[in-house]
Write a protein that binds this ligand. Structure first.
Ligand code: IPE
Ligand code: IPE
Ligand code: MG
Length: 250
């Protein structure tokens, strides 16, 4: 139970392999620009890398992989890039769901679906239902997601459903309404593309994640890069507020 608790007092059991990896897949546009290609060519190549990283996670025993595909701020991009991304997402969903299902991978989406085309919302629901019973790896794709939106929607739903709690509720009460209530918090957060920021990703859940930043652009993120991130994680001492001496004594 402590594993899924959202309290910063909870100490998750950490093995060598992170149980949950969350990734900001950044750098697609720059990858394309370097090759004198349109930005969208980088997004296309990025989908191939997603496929490979899902395979690596499944093979290494990672149980949860969460990918930031489109942020609530990405609507500010040029309209043609936004619509390309939406189509790419729809296409990838259609093409990959069968393979995910065959490989016992559960697919989930998090984010505010209210701005999506109803056809896309239906496809998402269908893909989630089809893979719901799979338990090798849970792949969560964050689309039109924002960490602040998530906390706000959780708060609103909690108070609507349990008005008695308005005066006093716990972290656990709120966490049950967050989009990722079904998963432990990320052990390892990776951001490619060189920026060292969280860009409104999983604000609540990253409280005690190990952060890993790499200059490598997402379309260049390969098995060697994946392993480098895991090795870096394995060298960290996760103290969760305690001292090193206490960890040795445990
Ligand atoms: C990440 O790559 C993909 C999305 C945000 C959809 P970018 O498109 O942000 O690539 P850069 O940061 O401009 O290189
Ligand atoms: C973050 O990347 C969002 C996704 C990868 C989906 P951005 O490229 O949009 O982030 P900023 O704007 O540089 O912070
Ligand atoms: Mg970017």
């Amino acid at each position: 139970m402590a594993l899924f608790s959202s309290s910063t007092q909870a100490i998750p059991i950490t093995g060598d392999i992170p149980q949950h990896i969350a990734i900001i897949m950044d750098g697609n546009g720059r990858w394309a620009k370097k090759r004198f290609l349109p930005r969208v060519a980088g997004h296309k190549r990025g989908v191939e890398v997603v496929r490979e990283v899902v395979r690596l996670c499944a093979n290494h025993g990672v149980k949860y992989l969460t990918l930031f595909a489109f942020s609530s701020e990405n609507w500010r991009r040029p309209a043609d890039e936004v619509s390309f991304l939406m189509n790419l997402f729809m296409e990838a969903l259609q093409q990959e769901v069968g393979k995910l299902d065959e490989n016992n991978i559960c697919l989930r989406m998090i984010g505010d679906c209210s701005r999506f085309d109803p056809a896309l919302v239906a496809k998402i629901a269908e893909a989630e239902a089809r893979t719901a019973g799979n338990d090798r790896l849970t792949l969560t794709v964050a689309v039109n997601y924002g960490g602040r939106w998530d906390i706000m929607q959780a708060m609103k739903r909690l108070l609507a459903e349990k008005p008695d709690l308005a005066q006093s509720f716990t972290e656990e009460d709120l966490a049950a309404y967050l989009s990722m209530h079904y998963a432990p918090e990320p052990d390892l957060f990776i951001r490619t593309g060189g920026e060292q920021r969280v860009s409104n990703f999983l604000l609540w859940q990253l409280a005690y994640s190990e952060l890993y930043f790499t200059e490598t652009l997402w379309p260049d993120f390969d098995e060697a890069e994946f392993k480098r991130a895991i090795v870096s994680y394995q060298q960290r001492e996760r103290r969760f507020g305690r001292t090193s001496e206490q960890l040795v004594a445990d």
